[in-house]
Design a protein around this ligand. Structure first.
Ligand code: MCN
Length: 792
């Protein structure tokens, strides 16, 4: 059939017409009759006891419907925000999971913690009333850094969490690592900080809830990456509403980057409030509110050691990390620095022994959770920085040291010492390809030219791997997680032969309406324009675990491929009957069901029409209609990876780092849409460059105030910070996903911070500089240069 646009093609994104012409439908665009507006009152203190809240002055103001506090939440017997990861410490005991109430009860634990919710007829009235609520705080000392939080005498966030330690977690073989270190010819050591990041998606978070007193049904519109999970958590654990009486809709969502993947207290409060006031309630965060309430990312302090033999072969890796959780456990929070971090410390190397200890720590800061890459950029940063340090100390070329330790292509599938088994990959191929694409051979001449201008020039490498495509449920189960992570898809073929796909993943910028339509177009031979993708509505889509961990294609796309195959299977049965042939003799190709070896056939469209005319075929054998549903739970993660090469120039007068060149050669398995993959890599790299050079959430360690709480103080990467990038793929098929695909949504973020910082350190290495913490701001670099030139 014409207009089939299948796997490997690069059509323009279907969804972009609606976005570029202003026809998107975001939560803030949703309006309901008789709607009220809500404002959250958030703590201005990092740590304080709430001695009392006087609502009366606010309730007396015009238009005010209600002022709700933690006491009201407790009186209604509502649950705490869940964090369902069941992580256990090295002592075998479960992690500490103190309650995370929807509205603070008794104490606030970070600036931005929600204390009360004010509802009024208009937003202005709600804001005025929020000013009028009187809150009596007893301010307590705050602790914001992990090193300080675990010291004796540090302020304690929870009475029953001694030393603010949520969990002391470990992975790997400690004894084998100790033996290897004793045999080592050289040990490279590095202390590093993985800076705290704030996601800042373009669309701030927002929610609207409506309660129908007649039916007892609730509807929540929310900027969520996983509406079904929000519905499940609210229903089962937080608000205890029957699940079938609740609809959660996540319409167009303007970027998530992980930040919209959690169950937030705001969603629960608004839903509960809508019933209490008997009117719809709307809340849209402003940017400042986002800074202090969207979950933050990263924030590790790490000591790492790599043991090598005299030839530079890696013998063992030892990593000790303190990971900041902020004031409470967010939905996936403790899972990130443990299960998503430890298993990736093997990188692309044959390191035989690895041991990792992670202390998961509470502090008076915004809760930390997944942010694009989540755990895997942190692991890559540790490994790739350490490899560079070892190379320098041993006098071995950095590329050569990588070559000596990279897992050869023939060694796949490769079982690492830290749980995961890489099914496929060719990191050496990516490295060699990137060396050519980045014109590494010409670097010397470019460096000399920079030096003639009084500048320093550096080159940085990062050969990395990621585990993505979350699921697999069996892996999650082994780690003690309390949920599975499969995905579902329904392919509904209408009598006209047109197709609606209902899928449990969520599209908030990744182009699913395009790539998923390509899969169906290819599988069923239907026109690309005749496939619509529906997601983000629990009343329309059967079930879904949402989008994060670059899982949509690997898990959701696979469910979709499976459901499409089931449609073909049923189509063959119908065709067999109509063509009076045996089902085994029916073949399906290019949108036509035909009898093998004959010219007799029926188009997909004809079969679709026939499927809805049951007298065409025996009903006792086949039910009418052509709609199939499939669930897919992979047996393993997928392991994309690659090699990123950054080239920077540093002005020693100002400390300004300019990213001059950036090259990425990545393995994302079979590519569905090369244009979208390139866009995903591009966006991910920009976020990694942002972390390496610009972004940093800085807290005042006395008051617990977020000092970088606006774009005046928190620098986002911009187009003019970046060169044109060279982005290529060097793919090996995933051996276990139906189409051979691997995820690509996060890889850019994972490979890039290490590449950029390795380049910065390389540029400064002639001054004896061994390491620079992120972000490499002009201020930091200028100081590093001054200290190196004039050591104190
Ligand atoms: N794709 C492809 N071929 C491949 C791999 C992927 O064509 N071999 C396509 C997919 O079909 C999809 C896109 O690339 O259209 C990304 O696919 P995938 O790797 O499955 O990632 P997800 O769709 O699950 O997206 C999640 C991932 C994550 S975890 C974050 S965070 C993130 C990201 O993707 N947030 C984003 N990319 C983002 N892009 C935008 N614009 N906005 C965000 O919030």
């Amino acid at each position: 059939m014409s207009n089939v646009i299948g796997i490997g093609a690069a059509p323009r994104r279907k969804e972009d017409f609606r976005f570029l012409t202003g026809r998107g439908n975001y939560v803030a665009d949703v309006k309901r009759a008789d709607m009220t507006f809500g404002v959250f009152i958030r703590s201005q203190h990092g740590h304080a006891v709430i001695r009392g809240i006087d609502k009366k002055p606010a309730l007396a103001l015009p238009g005010v419907e209600a002022v709700l506090t933690g006491e009201d939440v407790a009186a209604d017997g509502l649950g705490s925000l869940p964090c369902g990861w069941g992580i256990h410490g090295s002592d075998g005991l479960p992690m500490k999971e103190p309650p995370f109430p929807m509205l603070a009860q008794g104490k606030v634990r970070f600036v931005g913690d929600m204390v009360a919710f004010v509802i009024a007829d208009t937003l202005e009235q709600a804001r005025a009333a929020a000013e009028a609520v009187e809150i009596d705080y007893e301010v307590l000392p705050s602790v914001v850094g992990v090193l300080e939080a675990v010291r004796p005498g540090a302020p304690q966030l929870f009475d029953d969490v001694p030393n603010n330690l949520c969990c002391d977690w470990e992975l790997g073989d400690k004894a084998a690592v100790a033996v290897a270190f004793r045999k080592a010819a050289h040990v490279a050591r590095l202390s590093l900080v993985n800076n705290r990041l704030i996601g800042n998606p373009m669309e701030p978070r927002a929610a609207i809830a409506e309660y129908n007193a007649g039916t007892g049904h609730y509807t929540l519109w929310s900027t969520s990456q996983f509406p079904h999970v929000v519905r499940f958590l609210m229903s089962a654990l937080v608000l205890k509403i029957p699940e079938q009486k609740m609809r959660v809709v996540a319409p167009d969502v303007g970027g998530g980057f992980g930040v919209k993947q959690f169950h937030y207290g705001e969603e629960a409060v608004i839903t509960w409030a809508a019933k209490r006031v008997g009117r719809p309630v709307k809340w849209v965060a402003d940017r400042s509110e986002g800074f202090v309430s969207d979950r933050h990312g990263r924030d590790h302090v790490t000591e790492a050691e790599l043991a090598l033999d005299e030839n530079g072969k890696f013998l063992a890796l030892k990593v000790a990390t303190l990971a900041n959780m902020g004031g409470y456990l967010s939905t996936f929070g403790p899972n990130i620095p443990t299960n998503l971090y430890g298993p990736l410390l093997s990188g692309v190397y044959t390191t035989p022994a690895i041991y990792c200890n992670v202390k998961v720590v509470f502090t008076n800061t915004v809760p930390v959770d997944a942010y694009r890459g989540a755990g895997r950029p942190e692991a890559t940063f540790v490994v790739e920085r350490l490899v560079d340090v070892a190379a320098k100390e041993m006098g071995i070329d950095r590329v050569e040291l990588r070559r000596r330790n990279i897992i050869p292509k023939e060694a796949y599938p490769y079982q690492t010492p830290v749980l995961v088994e890489y099914d496929s990959g060719d990191p050496m191929g990516c490295l060699e390809g990137a060396l050519v694409a980045a014109d590494v051979a010409g670097f010397g001449a470019r460096k000399a030219a920079s030096e003639r201008d009084g500048k320093f020039r550096g080159l940085g490498f990062s050969t990395y791997v990621e585990a993505c495509g979350l699921a697999p449920s069996r892996f999650a189960g082994r780690l003690g997680a309390r949920g599975g992570l499969y995905e579902s898809a329904t392919v509904r073929v209408h009598p006209t032969g047109q197709v609606t796909v209902l899928i449990g993943t969520h599209n908030h910028g990744q182009g699913h309406e395009t790539t998923f339509a390509q899969i169906v177009s290819e599988k069923l031979g239907v026109a690309f324009d005749n496939v619509d993708i529906v997601f983000g509505d629990t009343d329309r889509v059967q079930f879904g675990m949402g989008t994060y961990g670059s899982r949509s294609l690997v898990v959701g796309g696979a469910a979709l491929a499976k459901a499409s195959d089931k449609v073909v299977t049923k189509g063959k049965k119908i065709a067999a009957h109509l063509l009076e042939a045996s089902e085994q003799d029916i073949q399906f190709e290019a949108g036509v069901f035909s009898v093998a070896g004959t010219d007799r056939g029926k188009t997909f469209q004809e079969i679709a029409g026939a499927a809805y005319v049951p007298h065409n075929y025996p009903l006792e054998v086949l039910e009418p209609g052509l709609e199939e549903q499939a669930y897919y739970d992979p047996i393993n993660f997928t392991y994309p990876g690659g090699c990123h090469i950054a080239e920077v120039e540093i002005d020693p007068e100002t400390g300004i780092v300019t990213l001059e060149k950036y090259t990425a050669v990545d393995d994302v398995g079979t590519v569905i849409n090369p244009m979208i993959v390139e866009g995903q890599l591009h966006g991910g790299i920009v976020q990694g460059v942002g972390q390496a050079l610009f972004e940093n959430a800085v807290y005042d360690d006395v008051s617990g105030q977020l000092l970088s709480g606006s774009f005046m103080d928190y620098t986002m990467p911009r187009a003019d910070h970046l060169p044109n990038m060279t982005i290529k793929t060097h793919s090996t098929r995933c051996t276990h996903t139906p189409m051979g695909v691997k995820g690509c949504g996060e890889v850019g973020t994972i490979g890039s911070p290490a590449a950029v910082i390795n380049a910065v350190v390389d540029a400064l290495s002639h001054l004896g500089v061994q390491h620079v913490d992120m972000p490499a701001t002009p201020n930091r670099i200028w100081r590093v240069i001054q200290n190196a030139v004039m050591p104190r």
